[in-house]
Design a protein around this ligand. Sequence first.
Ligand code: ADP
Ligand code: SF4
Length: 690
Amino acid sequence: MARDPRYDILFQPMRIGPVTAKNRFYQVPHCNGGGYRDPSAAAAMRGIKSEGGWGVIFTEQCELHHTSEITPFIELRLWDDADIPMLAKMADAMHEHGALAGIQLAYSGVNGPNLYTKEVPRAPTALPIRTFTNDPVQARAMDKQDIRDLRRWHRNAFRRAKQAGFDLVCLYGAHGFGIIQHFFSTATNQRTDEYGGSLENRSRLMRELVAEARDAVGDSCGITLRLSLDEMVGELGFSNAEVRDMIEMHGDLPDLWDLAHGAWEDCSGPSRFKEEGAQQSLVAGIKQLTSKPVVGVGRFTSPDVMVKQIKSGNLDFIGCARPSIADPYLPKKVEEGRIEDIRECIGCNICITGDMTMSISRCTQNPTFMEEWRKGWHPERIAPRGASESVLVVGAGPAGLEAALALGRRGYRVALAEAGTELGGRVARECRLPGLSAWGRVRDYRAYQLGKLANVETYFDSRLTADDILGFGFEHVAVATGAEWRRDGVARAHVVPMPIAAAMPIFTPDDLMDGRVPDGRVAIFDDDHYYMGGVLAELLAARGAKVTLVTPAAYVSDWTRNTLEQGAIHRRLAGMGVEIVLNRAVAAVGADHVETACVYTGEGRDLAADAVVLVTARVGRDTLMRDLAARRAEWADAGIKSVRLIGDAEAPGPIAWSTYAGHRYARELDAPDIGDALPFRREVATLSAN
Ligand code: ADP
Ligand code: SF4
């Protein structure tokens, strides 16, 4: 199919200084949890984006000098020539299908604790390091010699970046992570010399560094500035108005302005708190202050919204990080007139947790993310089926849906049996909770794609038993029957059931999702620590209940610090009048109260309650699997070669774990047994010769 002419504007070539991007699809820098530890995995991931049609592809943040690094977080490094080959591999992968290759260079200043290099951090003003981990480390103030050194280090980094093959060098000054922002902001720059005070002075370092870039690589590389649109720290720092003044003052300084909101939490807000295009009002009008192109972000997944951004004069390039992770082929799908095939980001921020936990990123929607090299998984291509022909998938939650889709694409004859009357399993239920409507995209994308496959049949109202399955004759059975929330309080604080008085009405998240909702004084015990406890507190408070959320953690929805939404959750709950009780476990549930205990001292305190909601752990629905396993002797006669438990039924986890499990099952079906071998490639450090 040809592309719709209304999207033509997205495919116009655009100049960025001395180089030209083939279209306006601009993959802004994003982390991936792999970085310098997994350089080939990161390079292959960027290469897939090149294949997918992006006009510009950036690396993640790259530390440009060893005196400023952000251990424990794993990004890229360009400390000396030894790092060039790794970065050259990435630039090559970006170039493979015609994208411009960009590198985001960062000197982390007051954001870099230097835990690895043990160097004393340097910043405009002597202050404690500002990062996620409250390290007991301070930076010293830079003197004039330090600034001269910094300019030289930048020049070296620009040259090395060019040598590695990059077309665009970006100076990172957004999200509180880069030194040009630290100089620009009065919150971190309290200097009294020519680098502090007036806006002109606070922009001096930025001007000098751009001049170094022009001098070193400006003839062949585009120079971009990535800046925060508003620092979001009130009067202490800079506002959107001051950013506009600065851009007006320096309109033609870089070859492109790359604008990103506030701190990372503000910029990459999850869909629970931020709509598509949420930065619109902060960006509007900035393009009129400069003759240089402007890129902005906003979790853009809709080509119509993208076109509007261009036509309304807001942006020249459409910046995407998460949308390019969920669907690296987004531009190609627009180009080929396949809009309905776009796998839209759901805004869950699971990808970001890979960085925050220094592991390797996953994506809920795209299970192949960061597995392009490790496992050879391509987001759009999959091997044809192996020796077998037929597969029964039991359960149409994220695991079952993804398994059925990937198996269907491989050409198996697939039956997808669902006990209920709708597709989606947990996402169909959870997307009806406050703020989680985008979760429905996990189902919607797969339901639509399954509809295109003649070899996949879906059956509703089909709660299958072992007898049913033994009678069908499918060669392989994937049991993706999901999980249920526990009613006995078992999770981390209680590893055996907690004492619960029979008279107290007990609810689980499943009850609430089924419409059985308590009112009056409701105590929520959150020993799960992800989003569910906070979401249910929100649901109940909105219905007028008097909600107290008790958690043994030091933060409400503790794990959501990794999805960058913990602060927003606390603010929302506090704003709705939810009482938040931290560092306390529910020790026991009485007939009209819960007994709480301080996790440090054990000090007890009763909390009067009319109902208790237990958000603790889930238990896999594995009865069907156990029934089938008990009748293993009958499998061969029934024509069954394998039965596998996958997804939440095997071990409950976030939705991304289920789509991954379903995808992996489909990829590995009929594959040769690898025995004890590692199921993925990895990079092992080469030992030094001396
Ligand atoms: P996952 O995240 O692992 O995909 P879900 O709980 O979202 O798990 O989905 C499991 C799905 O399996 C639910 O839609 C549920 O109705 C369905 N299911 C559970 N038991 C059976 C069964 N015996 N036969 C068919 N479907 C089942
Ligand atoms: Fe979007 Fe979630 Fe995938 Fe990140 S993990 S790209 S937020 S769907």
